[in-house]
Design a binder for this molecule. Structure first.
Ligand code: CTP
Length: 403
């Protein structure tokens, strides 16, 4: 489940264990991963690129430059590394291990490794004495200390005929290791997260409404990231024309503030964390006309009445173990007003954004300051909302873990 849909870059270096790479590809594909393969030249002597290409339904990369099909040009190791959700280097020969540890990049595999921003797993494979060598131990430790994940070698009969440690972990064990590690990296696993997002619409008559420009992008990004971090996510979304990807979350579509309130109130008691990012209307027409209001020469006055404040109402119902995260959109005195909202609405954090040229409503980017209950502040400069969602969850999780 945790591997489903993941883009995996499998890197194979020159070791006899490379013959197990096709089996590893098969297991990953069975888990619904999209797999691409990069080989070192010597790995291509142990395992056929054609086999791997057939199993992955994609070209296998070996060289920086494709000499056989020059029209394909340079293989871009950076694109390849950034494409991947995770990289598995299996087998890692002693030579490749030492180059990884010393930061060399004289082949495509190493260049992709150096460019990778995703979790990287490596499965060493070498002969017993090489595996036991101090240099090997140091190289493995160096890589682990840099945040790379070592899939321990197994004991058994080695290609040399020796019996002992150094054999690459079996493909099934590599997949199980990666799965368990990804589960461990999901700090919101077992948690239920509720997010409200988007605008609300308050009907004037059957064809007109009072609304706002909110897109729901920030809330959707937070919901997506929460799902990626392992949470059970429920998104309550106001009307936005954006064709969002809702995988990994349950969605309730609502129109008015009242509908949004009712949907949130039904879920909130079961939520461990609740994020209120919706741009909720503060007022609604006191009277909703049953028929379309006809035009006349006279001025039209619409009397407005306050809507329910969803965050404030639910914030004051929260239990001690629940965490409530509100938003504040301001145009002046941002920190002062946002801090006031934090306290009056009984939130644990308030994410303050200022409506601007690249921030707030509808934009793909945002810049925010998070204010915690003790009024400590953390500023997040202008960045993509999808990236900001990662920073924000990281901040909430760290703050909660240390509070
Ligand atoms: N909010 C809400 N229900 C409302 C109004 C606001 O749940 N009827 C929530 C928003 O989702 C946000 C927070 O309250 O998390 C602050 O919203 P904001 O529009 O910035 O502030 P308001 O409380 O509406 O105050 P004002 O418009 O005067 O700034």
């Amino acid at each position: 489940m945790v591997l489903q849909g993941k883009k995996v870059l499998l890197a194979v270096s020159g070791s006899i264990a490379a013959y197990k790479a096709p089996m590893l590809v098969r297991l990953l594909v069975k888990k619904s991963c999209v797999v691409r393969v990069v080989l070192t030249k010597s790995a291509a002597d142990f395992v056929s690129p054609l086999t791997l290409s057939t199993l992955t339904d994609a070209p296998v990369e070996v060289d920086f430059f494709n000499r056989e099909s020059p029209e394909k040009g340079w293989s871009n190791h950076v694109d390849m590394a950034l494409w991947a959700d995770l990289m598995i280097i299996a087998p890692v020969s002693s030579n490749t291990l030492s180059k990884m540890a010393s930061g060399q990049s004289d082949n495509l595999l190493l260049a992709a490794f150096m460019s990778a921003k995703c979790p990287v797993y490596f499965a060493p494979a070498m002969d017993l004495d090489m595996y036991k060598n101090e240099a090997t131990k140091e190289n493995i430790e160096k890589l682990i200390s840099r945040g790379y994940h070592c899939i321990p070698s197994e004991s058994g009969e080695l290609a040399s005929g020796l019996v002992g440690e150094g054999r690459m972990a079996e493909p099934e064990n590599i997949v199980a290791f990666v799965e368990q590690s990804l589960i461990d990296q999901q700090p919101l696993r077992g948690k239920t997260v509720m997010v409200n997002a988007g605008p609300t619409r308050e009907a004037i008559d059957p064809v007109r409404f009072i609304g706002n420009h909110a897109s729901g992008k920030m809330g959707h990004a937070l919901a997506t990231e929460a799902a990626r971090l392992g949470a059970k996510v429920h998104l309550i979304l106001g009307p936005t024309g954006i064709p969002f990807d809702y995988s990994g979350m349950k969605v309730t579509h609502v129109e008015s503030t009242q509908e949004m309130y009712e949907a949130c109130a039904a879920i909130f008691p079961d939520a461990d964390l609740a994020v209120f990012s919706a741009a909720v209307a503060d007022y609604r027409p006191a009277k909703r006309h049953e028929q379309k209001v006809k035009k006349s020469e006279a001025n039209l006055e619409i009397s407005l009445e306050p809507t329910v404040d969803i965050l404030k109402t639910l914030g004051h119902q929260k239990k001690s173990e629940q965490i409530v995260i509100g938003f504040a959109l301001e145009t002046e005195n941002a920190i002062e007003y946002a801090t006031k909202k934090l306290h009056t609405k009984n939130a644990d954090f308030i994410v303050c954004n200022v409506a601007g040229e690249h921030t707030g409503f509808a934009h793909d980017t945002n810049e925010v300051t998070v204010i915690a209950k003790d009024e400590s502040q953390a500023h997040f400069p202008l960045t993509e909302k999808t990236q900001l969602a990662k920073y924000l969850w990281n901040h909430f999780i760290k703050s909660l873990a240390t509070s």
